[in-house]
Design a protein around this ligand. Structure first.
Ligand code: HEM
Length: 621
């Protein structure tokens, strides 16, 4: 079971999701500037206690979701700390506290907070209480919570509260309260930060004269960062300014955030994490930032065959990463000692050279203004085998989870490929259309609201659906265009026989009519067996015999074109020597609940009393 089952990421195209998510009371607040260099870095946003109360309590008559927010926020009321976000939706989440010195109706933010939220001092913006939408977790996480999960969550929460207690010092008590305010919503497993000097240009000029970069101990930096940000919500591309005594201020940019482990990510569908809660269990990776000019130089170096060794060395520096848990911010912690021991063992085994990078690396780091010492690389991810590498007709490449592509029946072979490396397919679809197709697939897989594509994209999308055998997309586009024909029908046995005689391949499976013609070349059992054995009969028994797994059930919806008129059922010969088992039929019906609307319509219509060819056919959907 995924560790973060209920506390998954805010995922699926953050912007879209944020719009769907109603955020309760929206309070206009005027932004007041606070000089962080003078007041101290890493302080929360401050607002007047009355504003905080308004945010928490004015929404008494709000919608249920908003009320839920009130209750989650009310625990923060006592401690006068909470998480806020822009009402219009923002990735960055503010940790805010009440302060009587701030004028009512305003909020005091330092320059980093303003930059993160793209706000100008003196302007008025609407804010609301932030609440993590746990329903946005991956599809696999969408299931209702079982007792076991609840217990696990309680345990996790107790553990977290305990470690929170341990990690607490005077300066982060407020942050704990704020974390409690959103009921421990979504913990980060790991986070990547890119480091540079805050005042890079000025510093670089000085360094150029001195020909050296500022040397930063990655361990000390991580400790400082974690101490400042523990129990705060951090978002990708958010900036944090960290200070280490004796060094100029450092600017950290969050470059990646994950609430699932690498293995869990492999499994999860539609996982797009862009923010989460930093906890004592989060692993933080640090790397130096390369300036644009350096990146260009690096690319040029890589293009020159003779310089391969040099460019590799520069890349290695860029990849210098630090892995350190927040809990290890305490130098005496057992975890740190254990990790150091493990690291020593690992280094001895892997012959990792750290601390002193090669000369080229030092030059690269110097240009970025920072040289990280004691950096350790993130373990390389194993090659993914659960993806298909899809190349679009304009040369773009998408690694897509096999599970997500399953409804694309034209890709069945690739999806079912069980080789050691991920299969590659080329599709005659352009990048933008394929991107939209993926959004559709993801919404469909996660049972979310389907995206409302603009009318001018629909033709391309419909064609892409046809290309990839994605019927649901074809139908959806037709539906959006308002030209949807009666896609599903009620067919007589004679209709089916006639279709098969005309070269189509229509199967009858427990009363369902399935058009599998275009898919035959992709059928894992081969293209020949179905037409040879299963036309013009009920193929339920063959289906049961040949398909040991239930995977084949998952495809049926893609072929479903309607129902056989019930009166004809007794006249359809059975394929195979005996009828299908009742167990099989029960399972089949469980997997084909999509039939229900058609069956309900059939139950209401007047019975047909003869086998009149074509007469039974009626538009049903
Ligand atoms: C909508 C109709 C069908 C679908 C979606 C379908 C799907 C599949 C799938 C996914 C497999 C891979 C093995 C598995 O998952 O169990 C498979 C294998 C196979 N199918 Fe089908 N199938 C269909 C109809 C049929 C019919 C009607 C026949 C026979 C008349 C048939 C014969 C086979 C055979 C012989 C294999 C290979 C079994 C093996 O290697 O053990 N299939 N099919």
């Amino acid at each position: 079971m995924p560790k973060h089952k209920k506390n998954g990421p805010l995922s699926l195209q953050g912007a879209v999701k944020k719009q769907l998510f109603k955020s309760g009371v929206e309070l206009p607040l005027k932004v007041l500037h606070r000089d962080s260099a003078a007041a101290g870095r890493g302080l929360p946003a401050y607002l007047h206690p009355s504003s905080l109360q308004q945010l928490l309590h004015d929404g008494a008559a709000a919608e249920p979701q908003a009320q839920e927010q009130q209750s989650s926020g009310s625990s923060a009321a006592g401690s006068s700390a909470l998480f806020l976000q822009l009402a219009s939706g923002s990735d960055c989440v503010l940790h805010a506290r009440a302060c009587a010195d701030v004028a009512p109706g305003s909020i005091q933010l330092d320059e980093v907070q303003q930059a993160n939220l793209r706000l100008c001092a003196g302007e008025v913006y609407k804010f609301s209480v932030f609440q993590h939408d746990s329903s946005a977790a991956g599809a696999d996480d969408a299931a209702a919570s079982s007792e076991e999960e609840d217990q696990q969550q309680q345990q996790q929460q107790q553990q977290a509260e305990q470690s929170m207690q341990e990690a607490a010092d005077d300066s982060n008590e407020d942050m704990e309260d704020a974390a409690a305010a959103v009921d421990m919503p979504f913990e980060l497993t790991d986070l990547d930060c890119e480091v540079r000097l805050l005042h890079a240009q000025q510093q670089q000029q000085q360094q150029q004269q001195q020909q050296q970069a500022v040397q930063v101990d990655a361990v000390a930096l991580t400790r400082a960062f974690c101490k400042q940000c523990c129990w705060r919500v951090l978002a990708v591309n958010e900036y944090v300014v960290a200070e280490i005594p004796g060094l100029p201020p450092l600017l950290l940019r969050i470059t990646a955030a994950n609430t699932l482990t690498a293995e869990e990510q492999q499994e999860a569908l539609g996982y797009h994490c862009f923010r989460g809660l930093l906890t004592p269990d989060t692993t933080v990776y640090m790397t130096t930032a390369l300036s644009q000019q350096q990146q260009q130089q690096q690319q040029q170096q890589q293009q020159q065959p003779g310089d391969v060794a040099d460019s590799a060395a520069v890349t290695a520096t860029q990849q210098q990463l630090l892995q350190l848990s927040v809990a290890d911010a305490n130098p005496n912690s057992a975890a740190l000692q254990q990790q150091q021991q493990q690291q020593q063992q690992h280094d001895a085994a892997a012959h990792v050279t750290k601390v002193t990078p090669p000369v080229q690396s030092r030059v690269a780091a110097a240009a970025a203004g920072v040289q990280l010492l004691n950096a350790v690389s993130r373990a390389a991810a194993p090659p993914a085998t659960n993806v298909v590498h899809v190349y679009t007709n304009d040369g773009e490449w998408f690694p897509v989870k096999k599970k997500l592509l399953r409804p694309c029946i034209a890709l069945t072979k690739a999806v079912r490929d069980s080789g050691d490396s991920a299969p590659t397919v080329h599709v005659d679809v352009d990048t933008l259309t394929f991107d939209r197709l993926l959004i559709f697939l993801e919404a469909q897989a996660l049972q979310r609201q389907l995206p409302g594509f603009a009318i001018h994209y629909l033709d391309d999308l419909q064609r892409a659906g046809e290309q990839l055998g994605l019927r649901s997309l074809q139908e959806y586009c037709a539906h959006l265009k308002g030209t949807r024909q009666a896609a599903l029908g009620v067919y007589s046995f004679a209709d089916v026989q006639r279709a098969n005689a005309s070269g189509k391949v229509w199967l009858l499976l427990d009363g369902m009519v399935l058009d599998v013609g275009r898919w035959l070349p992709e059928h894992p059992g081969g293209a020949a067996i179905i037409p040879a054995q299963s036309l013009n009969c009920d193929c339920s028994r063959f289906f049961e015999m040949y398909h040991a797994s239930r995977e084949s059930f998952l495809y049926i919806a893609e072929f479903y074109i309607g129902e056989l008129v019930p009166e004809d059922l007794p006249h359809v010969p059975l394929g195979g020597k005996q009828p299908p088992s009742s167990d099989f039929l029960m399972q089949l019906r469980e997997y084909t609940a999509f039939r229900q609307p058609m069956l309900a319509q059939l139950a209401q219509r007047a019975p047909v009393t003869h086998l009149g060819a074509g007469k039974a056919r009626s538009a049903a959907a």
